[in-house]
Write a protein that binds this ligand. Structure first.
Ligand code: ZN
Length: 82
């Protein structure tokens, strides 16, 4: 596997995972990944990372939780501005 196609694959990892690459580039990178375990490893790592981030975003505190936290801070932190 040539170094160039590794660089090409890695350079496009985020666009690839976001589905922003065109069909031709996506196919080329997918083909490269099948033949290149190190790149495949890097891509699946990024994929897992994105999944974790997505889960974290889903766990974002709801507004009422933030309000409760804010009033708790207002009562317990003398310098806290509402
Ligand atoms: Zn590679």
């Amino acid at each position: 596997m040539s170094k160039h196609s590794c660089e090409d694959a890695v350079a496009h990892v985020y666009s690839y995972l976001d589905g922003e690459l065109g069909r031709i580039k996506t196919t080329r990178i997918r083909r490269h990944l099948r033949k290149c375990p190190p790149c495949m490893g890097a891509f699946s790592f990024e994929d897992r990372l994105k999944m974790i981030v997505r889960e974290r975003v889903r766990e974002e505190p709801r507004p009422e939780v933030i309000d409760r936290l804010r009033s708790f801070l207002a009562e317990n932190e003398p310098g806290f501005e509402k």
